[in-house]
Structures are given as C-alpha cells and as structure tokens.
Design a protein around this ligand. Structure first.
Ligand SMILES: *Cc1c(COP(=O)(O)O)cnc(C)c1O
Length: 357
C-alpha cells in the first residue's frame, strides 16, 4: 500500500468476485454466469460495429440502446439510464443521491458490493439481519428513515419480496431513496419497474450479465422517473460520459431486442434449476428454492466447505461463503442440463452413493 492511499480504502475490504483459477479447465458455476452464448444477433452486431465504429466516439446518450431497453417494459428512453454493468449504475446512483455520512441500509446477507460502495462513498450504513429463514423482514425497511438498497431476489439466498412489499417500503417515505437491484428478476419474479411510473424515489437496476448471458460486455441499466434519469446522466457527464464501449452498445441493443432468445435461455435455466433442486432434495439437502439462475442449499452428510473443496478437486467451481450464518451453505449457478447432470453425478460420488438410478 502506498503512502498516498486514503484511509477509508486502507481499512476496507474490497468486494471479492468468485475465484477464477487457471491451473486447469473448470466448470465455472461460482459467479452466476451463463453457460449459454449471447443471442446470435449480438455477434452479428458486434462484428459490424467493430469494423465501422471504434474509430469514433459513440453517441454518449446511447439512445438506440436505451430505446431498445425501454421496449422491454414499454417505456421511453427518458426513463432509462445505462452504465458499465449494474455495479456502475448503482455506483452512479449513489454518487448522485447519497452524500458522505448519509444513512443507508441493506441486509446483513446480500450482494457485498453494497457494503463496498457504502465504504467508497463514506456512507453511514446499517445492515438489518435476515430472519431465521433467510428472508427479508419488510418492516425493517418500512420503519427506518435510512435510504434503502435491496437485491430482489436477494443474492446469495435467492429469496424475493413481492411488489406490494416493495411498494410499502417506497411509499412509506417519499423523501427517502429506494434502490432495488433486480439482477435476477427475469428468472421468475414480478418486476418493480411499473412502480417507477408512480414513485419518484424508486430506482430499479437490472443487468445484461445474467438473463442475457453477457457479463463480459458490462451492460447494466436503471429505470426511474425522467427527473432521476436526468440527474444520473448529469453525474455521468461529470465523471465518464463514454462509459460504455461502441461494441457493448451495439451488442446490447441487439440483445435487448431479441426477447425471444432471452426467454428461451431463461426457460431452459428455470427448467434445469427446478429439476436440480428436486434432485438435491432427494439427497436430503436443505434447499432454499429460488427464482434465479442459481441454487442455494445446505448439504447433508458432508459440510459445505468439504463439498465445495471436493467439487473443485473434480473440476467444478461453486460458491462457498466463509461468513457467519452462511458457512453451512453452498451456492451453485445453473448451467446447461448436461453440466448439471455432471454436477449431480459428482455430488453423488463425493457422498459415496452409487449412480445407478
Ligand atoms: C451479478 C449481480 C450484479 C452484477 O451486475 P453487473 O451488471 O455484472 O455489474 C448486480 N447485482 C446483483 C445482486 C448480482 O448478483
């Protein structure tokens, strides 16, 4: 660490992504990435764009991409903000609306970036504990005067709140900002986007990293009232106007318009997840059923650490959290059906069960 680094970073723990070892080929199911390729239209769009467009700066308002995203929810581009991944979109929202020392809250068990950003922006953050069953207690967030950040469904638990619960939180105090991170919304729960037409203290954040199979392209977006979106654009133009590459804009626009392909991939993942959850339950594992592209469970007959380590020995990466209340759990991303069959066979081997049906 240099002499110059600010104290708040010296003393903080940065966000830690799922490991990416390269000592061998792994089946990587530890970061909720997709085993399916992006829409074939993305490849077409990116190839053409690569040749023609990187010689110039793009339109920094990203109108084509914002319109394409708007078409998903039947809203205009004035209600859509685009950033370099949902992470950056969240960061812009916090930069625009959360002053140093301001009070925010989020769950004790959630996407760890909220804590990391709270440190970056010097916020006074409070983490409400999840209930015993790993769900969020809505009343904590209805009754607080703090700004709210929630992942819905939550990660890594996969548990979700209803739109009416979110509306209670948003409606409780119009002077308080509520950020809802819907990274996994396309896998089955109802989106809060329609609430943004009614409440101007709500920002819904989504991403192309999960249901559109494009985490490497770095595209995320926010949907909110046009005032909020204008504010975020203003901050973007005060920080990094060209925060997306020409290629990402072209590919993202194509992906947003290919709704059939997104639905196809989501459908496959949901089907595989339900089957895989059933199979884990047959092994006696305690499964917290989700509406996401991952499973979250407590193994039985083997500890979570050992299961994670043994799967890694056999070339399969899954996510284990060495943290209080989470250290008995394993999170596994849902890949293709063939990949998940391999995971199941491997788990059965590790448990010493025969693989005969
Ligand atoms: C994966 C994930 C993101 C990351 O989105 P990017 O667009 O890749 O930055 C954001 N929030 C949650 C809850 C996630 O699980």
């Amino acid at each position: 660490m240099s002499y110059f680094l600010l104290d708040e970073f010296k003393n903080s723990t940065p966000y830690q992504p799922g490991e990416m070892p390269n000592d061998r080929d792994y089946l990587k199911l530890n970061a909720n990435e997709s085993s399916y390729p992006p829409s074939p239209r993305v490849l077409d769009a990116m190839t053409a764009a690569e040749v023609n467009s990187v010689t110039h700066y793009c339109d920094p308002h990203y109108i084509s991409l914002r319109k394409a995203i708007g078409s998903i929810y039947d809203i205009g581009c004035e209600n859509v903000f685009v950033g370099n991944g949902a992470d950056e979109v969240l960061s812009f929202a916090m930069m625009a609306f959360f002053r140093r020392g301001m009070k925010v809250c989020f769950p004790d068990i959630t996407y760890d970036f909220y804590r990391a950003y709270a440190v970056t922006y010097g916020l006074d953050y409070k983490q409400f504990p999840l209930r015993e069953d790993y769900t969020i207690d809505v009343n904590d967030y209805v009754n607080t005067d703090r700004d709210v950040i929630l992942a819905n469904p939550n990660n890594p638990t996969g548990q979700a709140l209803s739109v009416s619960d979110i509306e209670r939180i948003v409606a409780a105090n119009p002077k308080r900002m509520v950020l809802i991170d819907e990274a996994y919304v396309d896998y089955g729960i109802e989106s809060c986007v329609p609430l943004t037409a009614k409440y101007s203290n709500l920002i819904v954040v989504q991403t192309f990293s999960k249901s559109r199979n494009m985490p490497g392209a770095r595209i995320g977006f926010a949907i909110a009232s046009s005032d909020i979106i204008d504010d975020m654009e203003r901050v973007k133009f005060s920080f990094n106007p060209f925060n997306l590459s020409t290629l990402a804009i072209a590919g993202g626009t194509a992906a947003a318009l290919d709704k059939e392909y997104t639905a196809l991939c989501v459908g496959k993942i949901k089907y595989t997840r339900e089957w895989f959850e059933d199979e884990l339950e047959k092994l006696g594992f305690h499964v917290y059923r989700t509406e996401t592209n991952f499973v979250f469970f407590q193994p039985k007959g083997i500890g979570a650490v050992e299961l994670t380590a043994k799967l890694k020995e056999k070339g399969i990466l899954v996510r284990y959290y060495d943290e209080k209340r989470l250290d008995t759990f394993v999170r596994i991303t849902i890949g293709t059906e063939t990949e998940m069959e391999r995971v199941l066979v491997t788990i059965r081997q590790i448990l010493g069960l025969s693989n005969a049906a």
